[in-house]
Design a protein around this ligand. Structure first.
Ligand code: GLA
Length: 371
């Protein structure tokens, strides 16, 4: 294994263990997590492999096979990608847990910039490793929370819990239904090949610079709307028409998206329970239109991916993740895969855009120790 060789070479010893945490793709329930709502993501078969040993001091030595080396003597030293693993040390220590330093090697294969949560995978792999190395006895869900806090309060990205929870809790062959208020979760069987289906990930290979700023702004708009409506979170809106009558402008649009998106998650779950997975496409399409027109987090590259996938014969498609680039997903009958791929690629070529990368997503296992 590459991390093992690199670890022995760099540190002149064997690591105490090797851990793995995957990225995620979200089937439906977008921008609902920080509104205390429902999400239905699953883990992708790509992730972060991390070899580590504890240290007697507080230094964190990080070697990434993709991104270089950083030695963190004082937590503020961490920059760029190193803020994610370092943030996990910081968050665990802030909880009062006895975590000292570590020697670490990281290897990742999550496609760059695809919006498949490589940062969450890096955080969760670090959290699982430190949990074992320092015998912290934290549950996978607690480690997901710690990872989210690392991202919120150390890396400065105000994300919800979806990405970290998926990486920590996912199960192979299943999607994860997560209630982001109670944090109760359920594994829902999601076997597309059994129905002659596939879920394509269309990576636009674009990430617009405004993504992080707009994310924080959307979150604020949702919180403001909830405040105006006098509810703890948009999750609690039970009368949509009544709520919309009290709001205007952006807060009105954001509320319309969040409330309807929560219902789409429930509707999709209902279809899966009814063994009607071939029928979920319309919900994916509706989710995309709502994200494009009400939540306003799509972009031309995502819209063209979705529209051209549908033109090529997809049963449903939508942007996935935070938006402003990253990936779209398309549900396709296995025998239409080539036609969908060709139509999407042609649509990009017509606009002289950098070609998208198209992958097949199969629900993979969540974080675990490899050795
Ligand atoms: C990003 C965040 C998640 C979630 C999605 C949108 O991926 O990290 O917490 O809010 O956007 O659904």
């Amino acid at each position: 294994m590459r991390v093992l060789d690199a670890f022995s070479e760099a540190y002149d010893k064997s690591p105490e263990g090797i851990w793995y945490a995957p990225g995620r793709v979200n089937l439906i329930g977008e921008h609902t997590d920080y509104n205390d709502g429902l999400v239905l993501p699953f883990a992708v078969p790509w992730g972060v492999t991390l070899a580590a040993s504890p240290r007697q001091d507080d230094t964190i030595r990080l070697i990434s096979l993709q991104a270089g080396t950083q030695t963190i003597d004082s937590l503020e030293d961490a920059h760029g990608w190193a803020r994610y693993p370092t943030g996990v040390f910081w968050a665990l220590r802030r909880e009062g847990l006895p975590v000292r330093g570590a020697d670490i090697v990281i290897d990742g294969d999550i496609p760059e910039g695809a919006g498949l949560s490589s940062s969450a995978a890096l955080e969760v792999a670090t959290a699982f490793a430190l949990n074992d190395l320092y015998a912290l006895a934290q549950s996978p869900l607690a480690l997901a929370r710690i990872s989210q806090l690392a991202e919120n309060d150390f890396a400065g990205m105000p994300c919800g819990i979806m990405d970290q929870a998926t990486s920590a809790l996912a199960k192979e062959g299943h999607a994860l239904l997560l209630d982001c208020r109670s944090l109760a979760s359920r594994h829902i069987p999601f076997d597309l090949p059994a129905h002659g289906l596939r879920l394509l990930i269309i990576n636009t290979n674009v990430r617009h610079a405004l993504a992080d700023g707009q994310y924080a702004r959307r979150r604020q708009e949702c919180e403001n709307a909830a405040k105006h409506l006098g509810v703890p979170a948009l999750r609690d809106v039970t009368d949509l028409a009544g709520a919309l009558a009290l709001l205007k402008g952006d807060e009105r649009k954001r509320t319309q998206h969040v409330v309807t998106e929560n219902h789409r998650v429930e509707a999709l779950i209902g279809l899966l329970r009814a063994n009607a997975v071939t029928e979920i496409g319309a919900l994916l399409n509706a989710s995309h239109l709502s994200l494009r027109d009400q939540f306003e987090v799509s972009c031309p590259e995502l819209d063209v991916a979705v529209e051209s996938a549908l033109r090529g014969g997809a049963r449903g498609a939508r942007m996935t993740g935070g938006g402003f680039g990253g990936s779209a997903i398309a549900l396709v009958s296995a025998d239409r895969t080539e036609s969908v791929e060709a139509t999407v690629k042609a649509a990009y070529a017509d606009r002289s855009w950098h070609p998208p990368t198209i992958l097949t997503a199969t629900p993979a296992a969540g974080a675990h120790r490899l050795s």
